[in-house]
Ligand binder design. Sequence first.
Ligand code: PEP
Length: 251
Amino acid sequence: QSTRQTLVMGNWKLNGSKAMVAKLINALQTAATQHPAVAVAVCPPVLFLGQAQALLTDSPIALGAQDVDIHNEGAFTGENSAVMYTEFGVQYVLVGHSERRTLHGESNAMVAAKFATVQNAGLTPVLCIGETLAQFEANETQAVVERQLQEVISHCGIESFAKAVIAYEPVWAIGTGKTATPEIAQNVHAAIRTFLASLDATVAAKVQILYGGSVKGASAAGLFAMADIDGALVGGAALQADEFAAIISAG
Ligand code: PEP
């Protein structure tokens, strides 16, 4: 059994209201408090970070952001910086979520630059990687995730993964209701760890690799039982207090 702590992270995407943030966070406090061995984090839209920070005072639930600009300040209309996040108690920042890669054209190089910016601000990047359905069917999964990892390694060094989280999210499983089986996910997670271990065994043994893609309360335990699956990045089910609490309980 690994010494890596299970991490359950909710990505709320473009969802929420002040009322919903208050209700959901209050509901999750109990689940997080009852499972102190599991690390829990939520990533609300940036507009709600201040409200969430206030609600999470003295809470075991950590705060994350869904994206970041590569600059800390300047003439970059509409963007948010990692340095700004530090004022809002943010600990994790997602980089390279498939929706950013697909809908906003983010390249591996851009994602690597975001990863570096997050670490330079003292925050923990959550590097999202994963293959599309076409790549999965063409047996390209391993090549794709290695390319996505390599760009960050070339840019930031293998040792940067000592202070980062990886989220393996097959694009065909995100928001589709299709979860990779625990066996499929474990195979990819093990391949990711082996790839990292070829460069630095200590870093590879330590880094948390989360699975993401339609994780629900009912599917979480099977995934978490796998040797190289260290938690989940959860989209849809993170908006339902009962489902997210069930995923925390499975950790
Ligand atoms: C995600 O977007 O990170 C995700 C895993 O979404 P869902 O759980 O809805 O598939």
